[in-house]
Design a protein around this ligand. Structure first.
Ligand SMILES: NC(=O)c1ccc[n+]([C@@H]2O[C@H](COP(=O)([O-])OP(=O)(O)OC[C@H]3O[C@@H](n4cnc5c(N)ncnc54)[C@H](O)[C@@H]3O)[C@@H](O)[C@H]2O)c1
Length: 372
């Protein structure tokens, strides 16, 4: 049981991680600027976790909006949500102080921008939020004597991998600004890990390189809520199946794979959330160290396999059209998951059928996402 700061906790992966961490009795302070997240995501998380809204809502630190939830039988706040920007030191400081005298033991750092194509068009936004924002966060953490962090990295840091499955020892050679910013933050964390001296306590760091997070909590109450037309496969499939989009455009049917379409390692978002809990537990139990681990299933599925599985499991058609390859895509990206299995005792538990079923349940219950 620890007090944790969750940046970006109102987003897709962060909200699922919040639910899992609440289940493990942690107390959470979320900071999110709502650029791609929603208060409703955390309202749903609180309801799922059996918490109720506190009468004590309003502003903290003078101007930051704040929402709080607690268990019905207790006066203790279990979940606080502060509207704030990780690039602003004062917003982060408010988060470190919101639990009154109780210190924050660790940070799970999800906040960031994540769209590859957008990062090509707006690289400075990506360097600003992902890199400058992370630097600001680590600075405020050190000032508050908090040196434990789990960072959301990405398989994009590998760029065009030399071989599959991709082991963590493969070179970091990102091929787009988004991947560059993730690699830069990993490097910053490596430098911090090496900075411990005889009078400086060491950092406990986990860089988790996610493969393709998909699916939703089994209740259908929380899930992925893309802004506009989704850029990821499963939300696209869901919107085609529900009739919101006419058909799925499949980029590339001449890749050297079994059916010619690209192969990816899809990981259920609840498995991913559990991977974070395992990483946190390991960091808090062991001496200072830096872990760099893939979070993936180790199984690859092609785009057409995903379409067929979705149609079979949910009994809905997903019309698609085969199109040209997109620049910067690769044929196959699959994790070697043994590092996380060995170091964290964690591996994925949910299969492709569960992924398809849970993604569709979320879509059907929330056709317009949280604005529904
Ligand atoms: N979803 C994926 O496919 C994927 C894959 C690999 C890595 N990641 C990484 O995982 C993390 C979470 O991804 P996600 O899919 O949940 O994305 P998301 O956009 O749903 O969540 C990110 C959250 O961060 C918030 N945020 C953005 N900028 C902020 C800022 N300056 N200050 C405070 N909050 C801010 C957003 O409002 C949002 O709620 C990101 O760092 C992303 O790069 C995601």
């Amino acid at each position: 049981m620890a007090n944790l700061l969750i940046t970006g906790g109102a987003g897709y992966i962060g909200s699922h991680a919040c639910f899992t961490l609440l289940q493990q009795d942690h107390t959470l302070v979320v900071v999110d600027d709502f650029s791609n997240g929603s208060v409703d995501a955390l309202r749903a998380v609180a309801t799922l976790a059996g918490l109720q809204s506190e009468p004590r809502q309003g502003l903290v630190g003078g101007s930051n909006r704040c929402w709080r939830w607690r268990a019905p039988t207790s006066r203790r706040t279990r979940l606080s949500l502060i509207e704030g920007d990780i690039r602003r030191a004062q917003d982060l400081q408010i988060a470190f102080e919101v639990l009154d005298e109780e210190p924050i033991a660790a940070v799970l750092h999800f906040a960031g921008l994540k769209a590859v194509a957008e990062s090509v068009a707006k690289p400075l936004d990506y360097w600003d939020v992902n890199v400058s924002g992370s630097r600001q966060l680590f600075d405020v953490m050190a000032e508050n004597h908090c040196r434990t962090v789990v960072f959301s990295s990405s398989a994009t840091v590998y760029g065009m991998a030399e071989s599959v499955p991709i082991h963590e020892s493969q070179p970091v050679r990102p091929i787009n600004p988004y991947g560059q910013t993730k690699a830069a933050v990993e490097q910053m964390l490596q430098d911090l890990a090496a900075s411990a001296g005889p009078n400086e306590p060491g950092w406990r760091i986990a860089c988790l390189r996610y493969f393709n997070p998909v699916g939703a909590h089994e209740s259908g109450a929380i899930g992925e809520d893309p802004d506009g037309i989704p850029s990821n496969l499963l939300p696209l499939i869901c919107q085609v199946a529900s009739g919101q989009l006419e058909r799925l455009e499949v980029y590339g049917s001449d890749w050297p794979t079994t059916d010619g379409t690209g192969v990816r390692d899809y990981i259920h978002v609840m498995d991913l959330a559990e991977g974070h809990c395992a990483a946190l537990q390991t960091l808090l139990a062991e001496p200072p160290q830096m872990l760099t681990l893939n979070l993936g299933s180790g199984q690859g599925h092609s785009v057409l396999e995903m379409v067929k599985a979705f149609e079979r499991i949910n009994g809905v058609p997903v019309p698609y059209a085969l199109c040209q390859r997109r620049a910067g895509d690769s044929a196959v990206s699959v994790a070697d998951p043994r590092g996380a299995q060995g170091r964290l005792g964690w591996s994925t538990r949910r299969d492709l059928a569960t992924i398809c079923r849970d993604a569709w349940r979320w879509q059907q219950q929330n056709p317009l996402g949280y604005s529904n």
